[in-house]
Ligand binder design. Structure first.
Ligand code: ATP
Length: 261
């Protein structure tokens, strides 16, 4: 298996996403690049949140990928990346995807992987199109907990639960091996997405949906919270929320989904 992109391995950085964003803004990106850091000291989540990683227990990398599509045509990308990560994990752990489903792996709209309700991996997508006619460069950051979820959880300090690959398989794959499987899966899924968009993956995403038919609350983006029953996603990857007499579509942006308490 050979990755068709440039591979960069570094010992330490603040954020692999920021490193690649700087290069994109300076017009320095030409070919796809995957950049992995052994230690990431200021990993980012969405909306200014942090992504925590302990060097020995985590895999953190970013992939800069050029799309022919414009930014407006990339809806559903974070959902597609979730599917690509599942496929990469399955290959690296030598398990089929239905076994991962049986073990409790799910996708939380719009951008997280959960294992039995506890966060296993986070996805952060940034980037854009510098000017009309240029490629749209998206920097896809992925953080995965490999082991010691308890240590991560203790550092989160917000009562949220974390999980790790170790809970899927007693002998987590070698980081480099997992990384290469993830890159290969991403390259395949992103190329397909660039051609066909999210629609062909809609059914597949719904099989992994963590909150289908659950009462959920959507909040953030400076708007009032919205409640409803989660009903999967539409062909653009928007979350469908059933309310008393209507179904509304919520687009990703910076909104957060929570189970209604
Ligand atoms: P929300 O839950 O509001 O939708 P999010 O799931 O999109 O937010 P992100 O911004 O993607 O969250 O990720 C950052 C959040 O993930 C942090 O606020 C923290 O609660 C949690 N987190 C950070 N690092 C880890 C980690 N290594 N493992 C599990 N959860 C983490």
């Amino acid at each position: 298996m050979t990755a068709n992109c440039i591979l960069e391995r570094i010992t330490e950085t603040k954020s692999t996403n920021d490193d690649l964003l700087v290069r994109w803004r300076a017009g320095q990106l030409i070919d796809p690049i995957a950049r992995i850091a052994h230690k990431q000291t200021a990993g980012k989540g969405r909306a200014g949140r942090s992504w925590l990683a302990n060097p020995e227990d985590s895999l953190c990398f970013s992939l800069a990928f050029p799309f022919k599509r414009t930014p407006a045509e990339l809806s559903g990308l974070s959902l597609l990346v979730g599917l690509a990560v599942i496929s990469g994990i399955a290959q690296a752990c030598d398990l089929n995807e239905s076994k991962l489903h049986e073990l409790g792996l799910r996708l939380k709209w719009p951008n997280d992987l959960l294992l039995n309700g506890c966060k296993l991996a986070g996805i952060l997508i940034e980037g854009g199109q510098a000017k009309a006619g240029d490629a749209t460069w998206m920097i896809i950051g992925i953080g995965i907990n490999l082991r010691n979820a308890e240590a991560i959880e203790a550092n989160l300090g917000n009562g949220l639960k974390a999980s790790s690959i170790q809970q899927i398989t007693n002998s987590p794959p070698d980081v480099e091996y997992l990384w290469l499987k993830l890159i290969a899966s991403l390259e395949h899924h992103l190329a397909e997405f660039d051609q066909h968009g999210f629609k062909p993956c809609m059914g597949s995403w719904m099989k992994w949906d963590a909150y289908r038919d659950h009462a959920v609350c959507i909040s953030g983006a400076g708007k009032d919270a919205v409640n409803g029953i989660a009903k999967g996603v539409d062909e653009f990857g928007a979350l469908l929320l059933q309310q008393e007499n209507k179904t509304i579509a919520i687009h990703a942006g910076d909104v957060s989904l929570r189970i209604q308490s």
